[in-house]
Design a protein around this ligand. Structure first.
Ligand code: 13P
Length: 255
């Protein structure tokens, strides 16, 4: 059975103290309440908090993610953070290719591909984000566009390495807008992406890859989204900043 994920992306939110409280609340709720044992809870927190937050997590049910990394191992890259730094701070997952980084920091598919390689070489798990704009969807090119993002950033990998990648489909028009893709729209795209993976790596490999949905996931719609056969969880922005909502999302998977 594919691994399921409830992943939070805090983005650039919360002070250190606020974050400590939120993290502790989520860890305690996930430990105390009934979360499907096949669900990995992941918290993508700001860089400066990673090292100390990793010491606050006392359950394998919760793991830490960074929200970015640089592909180089070390060197003169002022302000950047390498995979080995993240690893030494207790990080297990790295979110890469988020549309906000693609848009505001001009990150290309090729640059994201280099990050994928660095993360895998360091033994961490990339959470690879992809997704189309509203105008691409309206033009009917969304399936080709998102499939192309996978081709450009992942298809150089061996099957064994591809199996270590988590994919997050996040339609840009659904991020932070309160407009969620319908469960049918999410399922449709996830199936297209799984078929695209199968066309290169075969069905057996494609069936092993977890594909998360992101874009206005909340406690009220998670259950419907996560009940879709190709939706293996969520990458959650706004609702991950509220411990009760995020824990409820973590509990929204079919038994
Ligand atoms: P929202 O859940 O706030 O729409 O954000 C989604 C997202 O970008 C997660 O990476």
């Amino acid at each position: 059975m594919r691994k399921k994920y409830a992943a939070g992306n805090w983005k650039m939110n919360k002070t250190f103290e606020e974050g400590q409280i939120l993290l502790s609340e989520v860890v305690n709720m996930v430990k105390d309440e009934v979360v499907n044992p096949n669900v990995q809870v992941v918290l993508g927190v700001p860089f400066p908090y990673l090292s100390s937050f990793s010491k606050l997590i006392d359950t394998p049910k919760v793991a830490l993610a960074a929200q970015n990394c640089h592909p180089k191992e070390s060197g003169a890259y002022t302000g950047e953070v390498s995979v080995s730094m993240l690893k030494s701070a207790g990080v297990k997952y790295v979110i890469i290719g988020h549309s906000e980084r693609r848009e505001y920091f001009n990150e290309s598919d090729e640059f994201v591909a280099q990050k994928v390689d660095a993360i895998l070489a360091g033994g961490l798990t990339p959470i690879f984000c992809c997704g189309e704009t509203l105008s691409q969807r309206e033009a009917g090119i969304h399936f080709d566009f998102v499939s192309g993002q996978l081709t450009n950033s992942l298809f150089h990998l061996s099957a064994d390495d591809l199996k270590k990648v988590v994919i997050a489909y996040e339609p840009i028009w659904a991020i932070g807008t309160g407009v969620t893709a319908s469960s049918a729209q999410a399922q449709e795209m996830h199936k297209v992406l799984r078929d695209h993976l199968a066309s290169k790596y075969g069905q057996e490999v494609a069936e092993e890859i977890s594909i998360l949905y992101g874009g206005s996931v909340g406690a009220g719609n998670a259950q419907e989204l996560f009940s879709q056969p190709d939706v293996d969880g969520g990458l959650v922005g706004g609702a991950s900043l509220k411990s009760r909502d995020f824990t409820d999302i973590s509990k929204s998977f079919p038994a």
